[in-house]
Write a protein that binds this ligand. Sequence first.
Ligand code: NAD
Length: 437
Amino acid sequence: MTSESRRDEIGERVVRAKSKLEWDTPMYQLAVSQLDQTAEIMNLDANIWERLRTPQRAHVVSFPFRRDDYDTVETVFGYRVQHLLTMGPTKGGIRYDEDVNLGEVTALAMWMSWKCAIMGLPFGGAKGGVRIDPNSLSLTELQRITRRFTSEIIEVIGPDRDIPAPDLGTDGQVMSWIMDTYSQQKGYAVPGVVTGKPIEIGGSEGRLEATGRGAIACAVEAGRRLGLSLGESAVVVQGYGEVGGTVARLARALGAKVVGISDVKGGLYNASGLNLAGVDAWLRENRFLSGFPDGDGVTNSELLELPCDILIPAAIQNQITKRNASALQCHLLVEAANGPTDLDADAILDSRGITVVPDILANAGGVTVSYFEWVQGLQQFFWTEKEVNDRLIELIQRAYHEVESIADRRGVSLRTAALIRGIERIADAKRRRGLFP
Ligand code: NAD
């Protein structure tokens, strides 16, 4: 049987009806195509392959949300998807974005499953989201929408069940409100219901920077393979938020020249290196980068094509496609964001000899320290920042080298190797647990 017909057969086993799957969107198709390609290479058991293509649980809610002017009440959609319940509780961020949909959240939940398995963490993947533009919200609106969304999904989350964390458009303050709302309903404090919390309510040292720190550790390791020293590199970072801001600052601290950064409204370029302390001071006064005097304004698409050694997308998905993959000028692409590169672009980058450290490895530092936070909370015993950072680096370097050796042994990309590592661990666990009833 050809590989295409085997893939079609698996697809047909899932979709027997003519109607589309509820979560079938371009982003879901990207996640499934990655799974399918890898399953073929691994010769994965067809039953497990089919099972992994769909989420185990998907919750869609709609709820009323009152704006500050009181008379305006909008109906808002929210999602929480749990892809895999085999490995332990499910784990994954909650994002606030005006384009969030069930397919996007499902793809992100699937990637969380692979990510946790690559890192050897006892979680399955989940993801959640609220379809709202976070830039349109006042602080009081942000709190109100968070508390209502939490109460809508309260039955499906919990420290032993499903543990949210920050993602695009959410942060430690949002996690605090989720924790408080959940705890009010239970009648006692339940810090373990979320990670990425502030330290004062049971958060972990090092969590805020963990995703960026992990991405930089991957850039260092992949750079070594290419003979590219991070400290002597020119770096471009798309998205100067929680992850991208940390990536840029850590790269700078290691001696790199950060020549480009951006936010949702556009970017800045300075071939001699941007003054990041100046940028941070500017952002404290002005919400967006636009207008910062010490750099040339560029659009987000121009930013991706700037000359640099290392490009680190740290904003949103679907940024590098067949439209611009031939125009990228970097040698190394480190995916701090989830899903920034599509399949066509992957093939183009591969043919151009550009190394890609995939999202499911490059941004796994966040969930790794979330795991540390969960463990510290369960034990009521807290680690120092150095202990957290050292353990993170140890785990991410180990995962990187496991993936790299699969890539070398099988002659595949780092993305395919990472997928093989993650899916293999999950398939082994599924076989061990067997089938109920
Ligand atoms: P954030 O909201 O703190 O920052 C996002 C940044 O991207 C901001 O600068 C924002 O202005 C910019 N941005 C938003 N929309 C954009 C657009 N359409 N075009 C260009 N820029 C845009 O979010 P974050 O937590 O830093 O997450 C960034 C990415 O990293 C996401 O893909 C997220 O899924 C991924 N990620 C985050 C974590 C985490 O721990 N926060 C962990 C793993 C992966």
